[in-house]
Design a protein around this ligand. Structure first.
Ligand SMILES: *[C@@H]1O[C@H](CO)[C@@H](O)[C@H](O)[C@H]1NC(C)=O
Ligand SMILES: *[C@@H]1O[C@H](CO)[C@@H](O)[C@H](O)[C@H]1NC(C)=O
Ligand SMILES: *[C@@H]1O[C@H](CO)[C@@H](O)[C@H](O)[C@H]1NC(C)=O
Ligand SMILES: *[C@@H]1O[C@H](CO)[C@@H](O)[C@H](O)[C@H]1NC(C)=O
Ligand SMILES: *[C@@H]1O[C@H](CO)[C@@H](O)[C@H](O)[C@H]1NC(C)=O
Ligand SMILES: *[C@@H]1O[C@H](CO)[C@@H](O)[C@H](O)[C@H]1NC(C)=O
Ligand SMILES: *[C@@H]1O[C@H](CO)[C@@H](O)[C@H](O)[C@H]1NC(C)=O
Ligand SMILES: *[C@@H]1O[C@H](CO)[C@@H](O)[C@H](O)[C@H]1NC(C)=O
Ligand SMILES: *[C@@H]1O[C@H](CO)[C@@H](O)[C@H](O)[C@H]1NC(C)=O
Length: 587
């Protein structure tokens, strides 16, 4: 953007305009957000040195406002030098939004993102107003890390008519699987593996449907879990100690009810905005960076056990692949931030839910690991490792079912999943060069609908670092990064479908292709003007069956970025055939 020299007013305007808008392509939660029935400012809070100091307030929707739909609008500005940060939003002990920040610039950035909150309607309208807690752990340390994240949350309320079941049917109860720490004004994340992420819950005896929603993301040593190696390979390249992380590139997030497996997630590999190459994600952030995905497990087949009036344990666990154990299952590193919630719909008062014929068919996952070390033998016959190529594949299926009888009516209920995974990596140049071709796919079906849902997450990632061996992130260095990836899904999103905000299946297709060459000198979070180059494109399209006429049926967006600028950005309501979505290729 050119700066004006005409007068200070113009230069002020031009400075204001030079705030860079950083986007994530996503379907807006409603076809028109401009004229809410009511609009409410929830909080404004500047996150400076904010480790362990979340914003804490009470959430009280406006009295006298007639509405069905609640949409939160998070809007953030930042200016300076800063790492990317994870942030979590809570209603009491229940996590409702996990997000992450964009990388700021010295002239400033802004982003805003809207999320439909209607599935939490029961919490939002609690007689006892819940605490609203937003944690964004940030560091300001004088002149090195200077970027605040100044956040504003607004709530938009709309009086939409939901037709599927005549009205909205939000879950009557929502229970937290979390540390339940809101009473001490903190968030309630479990940190795995050190915490035991388990709570005891007694469900109502007339529960007729129960679904667990889980959020889980790897951070610190687990941020790039999908590029990790089996633990016995972390010292493959002496001279580059500490560069490779262990516990394999496979992760399974598990839900256990009374210590029995109830469902799994082989998680979507998130690339945060400082991830791999901090230059690659501005002004288009990585897929899902502003709204990390949750995943749902229908636990209705367990209701026979869960409605006996007694407390039962709900636990979350994250495991990796271990070449040395018999079943292939092993521990993971630090740390995974996890939390969950149990959404419960009830039948008529006084009706006791009865279950018979509980069946659980859960064979262990099957793994196949094929390592190949490339070596060089010198004349004096010393051997050095020159490359490490390996493939890891995994597959698993599970089905849990029972026959539920409520008020004399019986139905068969079930939850089943098929998941497959393949990860191929080639590391050369002491693992400073790493290429990854990964694909994680699956399908699931639940008694919530008769539709089988499926998804696939292909990702090609190549990175080549040039760093000095000591203090890689504080000494001069550079990275070349190529990412081409997609997220494709087709089917039923269980919680919106049961609530009625969704009336049928939805299809999402997104692809992001970025090539970035990034250089830093004193800190990895700031690139070098004149040397950095970046080209990227994102394609997004969705089609859905919203529960209200104001919902979005079809939406598409295409954007192209070059060197911190958006050079093309087009999209809107309506269908667009989109590109060919990414397929994995092995380098
Ligand atoms: C906890 O947060 C609430 C809401 O902001 C506030 O009223 C209360 O004083 C806080 N308690 C403590 C101990 O800081
Ligand atoms: C979201 O909030 C920001 C800041 O308050 C505002 O500029 C923006 O217009 C809001 N977006 C919507 C859709 O209301
Ligand atoms: C963010 O808030 C801090 C502290 O209140 C303030 O100094 C800074 O100017 C704000 N930054 C932006 C980009 O608004
Ligand atoms: C080569 O890699 C293997 C596997 O990580 C390791 O056990 C071995 O020590 C390495 N050899 C050398 C010479 O570094
Ligand atoms: C791994 O990469 C190196 C360097 O590009 C290449 O020579 C080697 O063939 C690759 N290994 C495999 C199995 O593709
Ligand atoms: C590492 O990647 C860079 C960039 O593609 C390439 O120039 C270099 O030859 C690679 N080095 C090895 C040892 O494969
Ligand atoms: C899982 O795979 C099996 C075998 O191919 C198939 O019969 C079943 O329908 C699949 N289940 C789901 C939920 O996709
Ligand atoms: C992905 O980006 C690379 C580098 O800019 C380019 O060569 C390639 O054509 C792109 N692929 C697509 C499908 O746009
Ligand atoms: C870092 O790079 C910038 C841009 O090239 C340059 O102006 C600055 O002097 C460098 N700083 C150091 C400490 O080398």
């Amino acid at each position: 953007m050119k700066t004006s020299h005409l007068c200070s007013l113009l230069s002020f305007i031009s400075q204001a305009q030079s705030v860079l808008e950083v986007i994530q392509a996503a379907t807006p939660p409603r076809s028109d957000l401009r004229t809410p029935t009511c609009r409410q400012h929830v909080f404004t809070h500047d996150f400076g040195n904010s480790y362990g100091s979340p914003y804490v307030g009470y959430y009280v929707p406006p009295r006298d406002c007639v509405y069905t739909t609640t949409i939160f609008n998070l809007s953030v500005t930042s200016r300076g030098r800063q790492y990317d940060r994870l942030a979590t939003l809570w209603l009491g002990d229940v996590e409702v939004w996990r997000t992450s920040t964009a990388m700021p610039t010295q002239t400033g950035i802004h982003w805003s993102f809207q999320k439909d909150m209607t599935i939490w309607d029961t919490l939002l309208r609690s007689q006892d107003p819940p605490k609203i807690i937003f944690e964004l752990n940030n560091i300001i340390d004088g002149d090195r890390y200077t970027g605040f994240f100044n956040a504003t949350l607004e709530a938009l309320y709309f009086d939409d008519i939901y037709e599927r079941k005549g009205r909205l049917q939000p879950a009557e109860y929502i229970y937290a699987i979390s540390t339940r720490s809101s009473s001490s004004n903190t968030t309630s994340l479990f940190s795995l593996p050190e915490d035991s992420a388990a709570v005891d819950l007694a469900l109502p005896q007339n529960a007729k449907t129960a679904v667990v929603s889980i959020m889980a993301s790897g951070n610190a040593a687990e941020e790039f879990w999908f590029t990790n190696v089996p633990t016995e390979y972390i010292n493959t390249f002496p001279g580059n100690e500490g560069w490779l992380y262990g516990y394999s590139p496979f992760r399974e997030v598990q839900l256990l009810i009374d210590n029995q497996l109830a469902g799994v997630s082989w998680p979507f590999p998130i690339l945060f905005t400082g991830g791999v190459d901090p230059g690659a994600w501005r002004p288009i952030v990585g897929i899902d960076a502003y709204e990390l995905p949750s995943f749902e497990i229908d636990v209705t087949p367990w209701l026979g056990l869960l409605t006996d009036g007694e407390p039962h344990s709900f636990a979350l666990r994250v495991v990796g692949y271990d070449t040395l154990t018999e079943d292939g299952i092993g521990p993971v590193g630090e740390n995974w931030w996890v939390s969950g919630s149990v959404f419960v719909w009830i039948g008529e008062a006084g009706e006791q839910t009865i279950a018979e014929n509980f069946k659980s068919d859960i064979p262990p996952p099957l793994f196949d690991f094929q390592p190949t070390l490339g070596t060089y033998t010198a004349e004096d016959s010393t051997v050095t490792n020159t490359s490490f190529y390996y493939s890891l594949t995994a597959i698993r299926s599970l089905t849990i079912s029972s026959k539920l009888t409520i008020g004399g009516q019986s139905r068969l209920v079930s939850w089943s999943q098929n998941v497959t995974y393949s990860n191929i990596q080639n590391m050369t140049d002491f693992a400073f060069n790493q290429s990854l071709a990964m694909i994680s796919s699956g399908s699931y079906s639940s008694s919530a609908s008769n539709i089988v849902s499926s998804y696939t997450y292909p990702m090609n990632l190549f990175s080549a670092y040039k760093v000095q061996s000591e203090g890689a992130t504080t000494n001069p260095g550079s990275v070349l990064c190529l990412v081409d990836r997609s997220k494709l899904s087709d089917g039923i999103s269980i919680l919106p479908f049961l609530t009625g905000t969704l009336a049928g299946p939805e299809t999402l297709k997104t692809r992001q292709n970025v090539t970035s060459h990034y250089h830093w000198n004193s800190t990895i979070v700031e690139g070098t003007a004149g040397l950095d180059t970046m080209d990227g494109e994102v394609w997004f399209s969705s089609s859905s069956s919203p529960g209200t006429k104001s919902g979005v049926q079809t939406y598409h967006r295409y954007a192209k970025e070059k060197d911190d600028a958006l050079v093309v950005d087009r999209g809107g309501m309506g269908h667009n055939p989109g590109p060919k979505y990414a397929t994995v290729t092995c380098r």
